[in-house]
Design a protein around this ligand. Sequence first.
Ligand SMILES: Cc1ncc(COP(=O)(O)O)c(C=O)c1O
Ligand SMILES: N[C@@H](CCCC[NH3+])C(=O)O
Length: 439
Amino acid sequence: MNEQIENNQINSAGHLTIGGCDAVELANEFGTPVLVYDTAAIKTQIRHFQEVFTQNDVDYAVCYASKAFANTAMYQLVNQMDCHIDVVSEGEMKMAMHAGFPASRMTFHGNNKSAEELRLAVTSGIGVIALDNFHEIQLLSQILEETNQQVDVILRITPGISAHTHEYIQTGQVDSKFGFDLESGQAEEALQLVLKEERMNMLGVHAHIGSQIFELAGFEGEGEKLVDLAASWEKKYGYQTKVLNVGGGFGIRYTSDDRPLAPQDFVNTIIKTIKARTSELGIATPAIWIEPGRSIVGPAGYSLYTVGSRKDVPGIRSYLAVDGGMGDNIRPALYDAKYEAVLANNPAAEAVETVHVAGKFCESGDILIQEQALPATKPGDILAVLNTGAYGYSMASNYNLNPKPAIVFAENGKATLVTRRERIEDLEALDFNLDGSSN
Ligand SMILES: Cc1ncc(COP(=O)(O)O)c(C=O)c1O
Ligand SMILES: N[C@@H](CCCC[NH3+])C(=O)O
């Protein structure tokens, strides 16, 4: 049996359970593809992050990076857990506020925030704006003047650290579209500008070195660089950094071969690194903020699909097709990301063959899993792809006009539909006829 499944995740019917709910019954009730979250797992991970800060006795904020997965219920859940959130668009900001999430606990990120987005942020009382570039400092300055507002800001810097992860998801290295470069003095120039802005309250510094990182070294280097920067700014400008936001990026287990540290262990090391360096340099330890996305929602998510057709290419391989694919999970096609699946209607059955799990999209690259050992399957079986909670739904598309899946939250044997399946009518509603009339 797949070692990522717990023994207590198989019920008396021999089916996989998620949050105490029978996965086959969930598939029957809500249809497939459906994305199911074990919400207890989300809460437990958030608590682990919170505990590691309290154990180390530092001021902190756990800012859930909502780009990893956002819907109304998720914003409400993280609000209940006293998290902050990171938002990167008008859409994320508006949905979070609509869900009742207070703007004061939001950090607004992005490398090309529009004037409208910045205006919405400041007039809604956004907690923090993460300044990313010189154009934005100027734009925000005008908007604050025009709206007669004040705002807390942090400077996003690129610390020049290349974390060992897929090139597309590295963001902290020097050659990055995000943030102010440290080495060339851009970050310091940005500080000088912000300190002159009476309507901007300089809260601190932010860095994010990449995503799905397994090694500690990058985070240690990041922590040290941020403290060194804070110390040098204090010495030179008398400016005391109140917040060091170290971003997210804590790697998770996708396949049985992955052996990451527990996410909170990365954070423990970051906290210890920062405390040691601040004490060495004789400055106060600022509050430490983290922005985990993947580690909060990734392992909690399961994508349920129905098995359909099959193609056996003699002597080469077999393709087992499911009713979703790159439209609901682009990661294998985009990053060559690896996943594992289990047969939800019999997860304990012995594997008898290795197949390619193919999606239904018109693209040869629409292969969800390259090599998956599985028991014998037949059309109608339910396949559960594991650890699909992060950057699946949030990067979903309507390629081939396939509607996006439904989302269900499961906990203590109770399943709640939190996002209904998209209907083709939802997409048609955006369109007009050829002559421009309503259709
Ligand atoms: C600024 C920022 N913070 C946080 C995250 C979340 O990263 P992860 O989901 O890897 O924890 C990202 C995405 O990589 C990001 O760009
Ligand atoms: N979307 C990426 C991570 C990038 C995060 C954005 N900074 C993934 O699926 O792994």
